[in-house]
Design a protein around this ligand. Structure first.
Ligand SMILES: Nc1ncnc2c1ncn2[C@@H]1O[C@H](COP(=O)(O)OP(=O)(O)OP(=O)(O)O)[C@@H](O)[C@H]1O
Ligand SMILES: [Mg+2]
Length: 291
C-alpha cells in the first residue's frame, strides 16, 4: 500500500488552495496566511518549517477545521471543510483527523490515560480496545508510570507525549502535529519520531510542524512557509541516522514533483544515499539554515 506520490491516480487527501487568514482589524491586524497552496498525498509524511509567526499553527488549525479561513479552500479527503458548519467540521475532524496542539491542550481534570482514551470513547470504540490502544501508546511513549496522573503534575515533555498519544489513538487518516518534539530531549524525540513513522507506515498521512531540522529530515517532503506563504519545498532523501533519531532513517521520498504549486520538488537537494547526516552541512543541504 502506501501510495505516496502526488499526481498519481489517487487524489490528494489534503488539498489547500489560496488560503488566507488574518486576525483582528487594521491597524492592529495580523495576517497569518497570504494565499497558501498545498497538496498532500494519502500516506505521505510532510514537515512544515518556517520562522516563528509565519503561520504554521494557523495552517494546521485550518487543516483540522478548527477555524475558518478568510478565503480559499481546504479539502479533506475530497470534502470541502471550509464550507461546513462548525458542527460538521467537528464531525469531519473526529472521523479523520488527530491533532497534536502546540500547547498540548490536555483536559486538566482527566488523568493521562483518560486523556488518551478520550477520542476513542467519543468515537464509540469498545472499552477493551480503548484500554489496549491507550496502554500500547503509553508504553511506546514511556508514559505508563504516569497513566493515573493529572496533566498538571507532568513535565512539559511528558504532557507533549500525552498529546501525541491522544492524537494518534483513534488511528486517524490524517495526523497533524504542531511541534510534536518541541519540549523533548533527543531520546524522547527519537521515540516520538519512531511513533510517527509507525503510524505513517500504518497508513496515516502525517503533517507535522517542526523547528528541528533533524526531525524535518525524517519526512518525505519539507514545505517551507515564510510570511504566510509557501516559498519552497524539498525532499530530504538520502539523509540517514540523525542524531537523536534512534536509528530512524528518512524515507527515500517520492519520485514526482508534489502537488504544492509554490515549490518545485525537482529542484530540491538530491544528496547521495551515503550521506550520513552529520553537522551543519545538513542544515545547508536542506536549506534550513535560514529558519
Ligand atoms: N488567535 C490569534 N489572534 C491574533 N493573532 C493571531 C492568532 N493566532 C495567530 N495569530 C497571529 O498570526 C500570525 C501567525 O501565527 P502562528 O501561530 O500561525 O505562527 P507559527 O508559525 O505557528 O509561529 P510559532 O513558530 O511561534 O509557533 C502571528 O502574527 C500571530 O501573532
Ligand atoms: Mg505555532
Amino acid at each position: 500500500m502506501q501510495p505516496k506520490v502526488c499526481g498519481s491516480a489517487e487524489p490528494p487527501i489534503i488539498e489547500v488552495t489560496g488560503l488566507t487568514k488574518a486576525f483582528g482589524r487594521a491597524p492592529a491586524q495580523r495576517v497569518a496566511l497570504r494565499g497558501v497552496d498545498l497538496s498532500v498525498a494519502p500516506g505521505e509524511w510532510v514537515a512544515i518549517v518556517g520562522p516563528s509567526g509565519c503561520g504554521k499553527s494557523t495552517l494546521l488549525h485550518l487543516l483540522a477545521g478548527l477555524d475558518t479561513a478568510d478565503s480559499g479552500s481546504v479539502r479533506l479527503a475530497g470534502e470541502e471543510i471550509s464550507a461546513l458548519s462548525a458542527g460538521r467540521r467537528a464531525l469531519a475532524r473526529r472521523h479523520r483527523v488527530g491533532l497534536v496542539f502546540q500547547a498540548y491542550n490536555l483536559v486538566p481534570h482527566l488523568t493521562v490515560q483518560a486523556n488518551v482514551e478520550l477520542g476513542m470513547r467519543v468515537a464509540g470504540t469498545g472499552r477493551r480496545a480503548t484500554r489496549a490502544r491507550a496502554q500500547e501508546l503509553l508504553d511506546l511513549l514511556g508514559l505508563s508510570d504516569v497513566a493515573r496522573a493529572l496533566p498538571a503534575t507532568l513535565s512539559g515533555g511528558q504532557q507533549q507525549r500525552v498529546a501525541i498519544a491522544r492524537a494518534a489513538a483513534t488511528r486517524p487518516d490524517v495526523l497533524l502535529a504542531d511541534e510534536p518534539t518541541g519540549a523533548l530531549d533527543s531520546e524522547a524525540t527519537g521515540t516520538v519520531v519512531d511513533l510517527l513513522r509507525t503510524e505513517n507506515a500504518g497508513g496515516r498521512t502525517v503533517v507535522m510542524v517542526t523547528h528541528d531540522y533533524a526531525v524535518a529530515a525524517t519526512a518525505d517532503r519539507i514545505i517551507f512557509l515564510r510570511d504566510g506563504k509557501v516559498t519552497d519545498e524539498r525532499r530530504p532523501r538520502g539523509l540517514t541516522d540523525r542524531p537523536g533519531m534512534a536509528g530512524v532513517s528518512p524515507t527515500t521520498g517520492t519520485s514526482a514533483a508534489a502537488g504544492s504549486n509554490s515549490g518545485d520538488g525537482s529542484e530540491g537537494p538530491e544528496p547521495a544515499g551515503t550521506d550520513t547526516g552529520t553537522g551543519t552541512g545538513d542544515v545547508d543541504l536542506l536549506g534550513l539554515g535560514s529558519w
